[in-house]
Design a protein around this ligand. Structure first.
Ligand SMILES: Cc1cc2nc3c(=O)[nH]c(=O)nc-3n(C[C@H](O)[C@H](O)[C@H](O)COP(=O)(O)O)c2cc1C
Length: 301
């Protein structure tokens, strides 16, 4: 018997739907047992968010500052053969509850020396967050053997608008010209193939080439222009977060003022700069196709 532990955090339940589709109950082989454990933030983050709450988690997300979580739920027997860590990205970083779990003593005990598959349900920018997650996992002695990313495949600016509609106004469903927000239902339903690959590799003790098979079956689809825009954004976010938290003890008024400036900057970059950046990187990909391909390959593996 091979035992898989799925550790997840999700506000809307999207990532749980993704995991339940990857590990479709009707198709779990008799040699596999799956346990689910949910990370809960204490207190819970709001959902839907107000605009202020949404921007308020920026510095702590980027700075990897943990919040309180239900640690005691993870004080469990560590006899798992594979850990699946499933979550989302907040501000090009792992969401605060995921960071908090990875920084907890319990994660150290559960993940040390274990093969780990990461699963993300995101808008479309996850590369920076995955690098940060990888570092946190390396620090506690775990080893990432696979990565599955599900994202919103709509145009970048359309998905910004629909995700705000969803996360701040609570409207996920399609309306008028706007498609439904988040990962599409058909993409979620199409993930059972990843579960089958994981079972096969796990049962045959062959996890080391798991990612290659996952990528061959579409577990990672990278848009070069979005990836490059994100990588630049990640560097700029680091500067912003350090500036916002610089003097340590900010009064709520000072913090709000700084976050307001950041908010305006972000809107300007998303709607004013990113379309041009995207065009620039699309042209760059055509001219430097070989190096673009090798970068895509690097971030896929
Ligand atoms: C505060 C916040 C920041 C986010 N930042 C990003 C981001 O940088 N990149 C991205 O692809 N998605 C981003 N998202 C979308 C989430 O990754 C995720 O897809 C969405 O919140 C649904 O997650 P859930 O499983 O918790 O419901 C953000 C969401 C929130 C709440």
């Amino acid at each position: 018997m091979k035992k898989i532990l799925v550790i997840y955090y999700s506000q809307s339940g999207q990532i749980l739907d993704i995991c339940k589709s990857i590990f479709n109950e009707k198709e779990i082989p008799s040699e596999i047992e799956i346990t689910y454990k949910e990370i809960k933030a204490i207190p819970e983050y709001p959902f839907p968010w107000t605009a202020n709450e949404f921007f308020d988690v920026f510095p702590e997300s980027v700075g990897l500052k943990p919040c309180q979580i239900n640690n005691s739920d993870f004080n469990i027997n560590n006899d798992f053969d594979l850990i699946v860590l499933a979550g989302q990205v907040w501000y090009l970083s792992p969401s605060i509850p995921i960071t908090s779990f990875l920084k907890s003593e319990e994660a150290g005990k559960l993940l040390k020396d274990k093969p780990i598959v990461t699963v993300y349900g995101v808008r479309n920018m996850w590369v920076n967050a995955h690098s940060k997650t990888k570092n946190l996992i390396n620090e506690i002695g775990g080893k990432i053997v696979g990565n599955i990313v599900l994202s919103d495949k709509n145009n970048n600016l359309v998905s910004v608008i629909t995700i705000v509609r969803w996360l701040i106004n609570g409207q996920k469903e399609a309306k008028g010209i706007w498609p439904a927000a988040g990962v599409s239902k058909s993409d979620i339903e199409n993930t059972g193939k990843f579960g089958k690959i994981i079972y096969e590799k796990l049962i045959n003790n062959n996890l080391m080439n798991l990612q290659k098979s996952l990528v061959e079956n579409g577990a990672i689809e990278i848009d070069y222009a979005i990836m490059k825009t994100e990588l630049n954004g990640g560097r700029i976010f680091n500067i912003w977060y350090t500036k916002i938290l610089k003097e340590g003890n900010l009064t709520p008024k000072q913090r709000k003022r700084r976050l307001n400036i950041f908010k305006n900057y972000l809107y300007f970059v998303i709607f004013g700069v990113s379309p041009f950046a995207s065009l620039f990187f699309k042209i760059k990909k055509i001219i430097f196709n070989k190096s673009a391909k090798s970068e895509i390959k690097y971030y896929s593996s």
